[in-house]
Write a protein that binds this ligand. Structure first.
Ligand code: ZN
Length: 338
């Protein structure tokens, strides 16, 4: 609403969530009139409070011209109610359609302008309805970006195909990932613990030493051990970090394998996060799935380097197509590891 420069009922430019909620919940739009929604508690200050059932509300259905049909209105109310309770339908299609935050939210980058793509519905409630991902730059004005919209289903199909191929690739080249060998780490940890024990003993002996000569000798030994300890600790730290990376990588692959084994093949937040960092939508038939090995890489960095990144060779690629109604949508993708 803000992007389209619509003003609120109060004439303000800023749209708060509560304003929108007020509109969705307002029964006047279906032609109902509810009187006594608020009532005056203080006749001097004219302070009004919400009627939460302590006074009779007068409801008259369909008394004023409706600008929205009752079915849509009721559906909206039930979605609000479900979200409030934190329960959603078991029907996955209904869920993914109505959740405000979508697993790919903010993850699709427009190749042309670098903005993210947003969801838009076409032919909503009709059988040929589909969800289109549109560049935010395009939404703001065609002068800013003239990218075409992309059907969400074909993007999702490409991701599913890519996960299938990616897991195959990873299990061929990194079969070692499954067998996490941490014996080296454990023996190093034992060594470090032993050296620490020796140092403790040295301190004890130092405190009880009777001659300067003895003390000096112990000092030297202490320094020697300290140095060994430091070196070993650095090594241990490196190994532990490597182990952590391996186990994270293993968890990641496990999540993807579970996804491939699932009946629903639903692209949840977890699956998306396990697989990719961003997707560069090159045009409505080409996309580059970006997997950043370094988790500190930000979406902004990918967006500003999108042209170079999209040029990089992929570790794998593929083509998918889906049919919606009579129309066939195609998508070629590649997976780029950065
Ligand atoms: Zn764009």
């Amino acid at each position: 609403m803000e992007m389209r420069h619509y003003l609120t009922g109060a004439g303000k430019k800023e749209w708060h969530l509560s304003t929108i909620q007020g509109i969705i919940r307002n029964e006047k739009y279906v032609g109902d009139l509810v009187q006594q929604k608020t009532y005056t508690i203080d006749f001097l200050s004219h302070k009004r409070i919400k009627n939460k059932g302590n006074k009779t509300k007068y409801e008259s259905k369909g008394v004023i011209p409706a600008i929205i049909d009752r079915e849509t209105f009721d559906l909206a109310q039930s979605i609000i109610e479900k979200r409030r309770k934190g329960v959603l339908d078991n029907n996955e299609e209904t869920n993914s359609r109505y959740l405000t935050r979508y697993p790919l939210s903010g993850k699709l980058i427009c190749f042309k302008c670098g903005e993210t793509l947003k969801r838009r519905y076409w032919n909503y409630t009709k059988p040929c309805q589909r969800t289109i991902m549109l560049c935010n730059g395009f939404i703001q004005g065609k002068k800013k970006c003239n990218s075409k919209g992309v059907v969400l289903d074909v993007i999702e199909e490409a991701i599913r195909d890519a996960i299938r191929k990616f897991v195959d690739l990873v299990s061929v080249h990194h079969s070692g990932i499954k067998h996490n060998d941490n014996s080296e780490c454990m023996s190093l940890l034992d060594e470090v613990t032993a050296i620490k024990g020796n140092l403790e003993k040295l301190i004890e002996r130092q405190l009880n030493a009777r001659s300067d000569f003895k003390r000096n000798a112990l000092d030297k030994k202490y320094e020697e051990y300290s140095e060994i300890l430091e070196n070993k600790s650095v090594l241990l730290n490196k190994l532990q970090n490597k182990q952590k990376d391996i186990s994270l990588e293993r968890d990641r692959i496990d999540t993807l394998i579970d996804f491939l084994d699932s009946d629903s093949k639903e692209l949840t937040d977890e699956v998306i996060d396990a697989f990719l960092t961003r997707i560069i939508i090159i045009d409505n038939q080409h996309m580059a799935i970006i997997v950043a090995k370094d988790k500190s890489v930000t979406g902004e960095q990918i967006a500003s380097n999108r042209k170079d990144i999209a040029q990089m060779n992929g570790v794998l690629d593929g083509d998918v197509e889906i049919r919606i109604g009579i129309k066939v949508y195609k998508m070629s993708y590649k997976v780029v590891v950065i």
